[in-house]
Design a protein around this ligand. Sequence first.
Ligand SMILES: *Cc1c(COP(=O)(O)O)cnc(C)c1O
Length: 351
Amino acid sequence: MTQRTPAASRPPVDLRSDTVTRPTEAMYERMRAAPIGDDGLDGDPTVRELEAHVAARLDKEAGLFVPSCTMANLLAVLAQTQRNEQVVLESSAHMYTSERGAATFTGLFYLGVAGADGAMDLARLEDALQGGGHRLKTSLVAMETSHNNAGGAVLPLDHMQAVHGMARAAGAAVHLDGARLFNAAVALGVAPGDIARHADTVSLCLSKGLSAPVGAVLAGGKSVMASARVLRRMLGGTQRQSGIMAAAGLEGVQAMGDRLAEDHVRARRLSDGVNRLAPALSASVPQTNIVQVETAGTGMGNAQWVAALQAAGLLVRPWGRTRLRCVTHRHIGDADIDAAVHAFETVLNAG
Ligand SMILES: *Cc1c(COP(=O)(O)O)cnc(C)c1O
């Protein structure tokens, strides 16, 4: 994607995603120093260390390093379902709206369950889990926290516990899309393992707020993870001297989790600033690092908003027809938030 140089002299404030974060100096140092091997032959020691570390942090028996969180989610589905079975998940979940790879390639059916703030309605979930008759067997239920499309909302732990219990009673496994699990843990003030315990398998993205360049880890029980490891090879996800990347991931999970609180504070600062421009604009009140800005009251379309904000030095992403998504991350400071609010104000006053 080409970026126009903004009129102002400062580089644009990039709130498109926390995936734009670059490696820290400590990551580069660990990448250079990491012991490496061939992960497709006899194993890469740094990859093994990352897998074991993340599994321990999430209270799971085993971990698997994969190139992306999309692949981690796909492997979790493939390892815990059979053809012609059903995966049940909240209807705006990333796995449902943006991935669906397992459905495309295997004939699995994904059933979306409506909810609020990323949490499935439990009565509707109960209905979806009823098997028999003309219904497909549900073999997997998936949750997501923090929830991307729900503006970074964090699932309450009692909700997760209820879903886990209902799924178990119906004979289904539970997967947690924890791409931003560490953001959820920081927001709740608990350890990541306290969230992960409400799922059988958990994916964690290393390349979002945790700032590693690439990669994700899937964690779960030994036998499911052994299946996932075989499937990873089939999908082409087994890499060779991948310890170089795992080293950055280790630094991410060991050193970058706590600082996510800063991103959450700045997201709130952005939300407060934009909400001072009400009623034309209204911003969601974030629990984590994602703010959705509703533009329907401005009479300007989303594409127009994105372009005008870019000209004013702010990069955001369109989210649906009338919303914009802003994500805070390590490269965004207080001055950037103030500049972002100023950009919204400038465009609003010009429009
Ligand atoms: C980003 C994201 C993913 C996919 O992660 P990649 O590493 O980009 O494949 C999956 N789930 C959620 C909730 C995400 O935000």
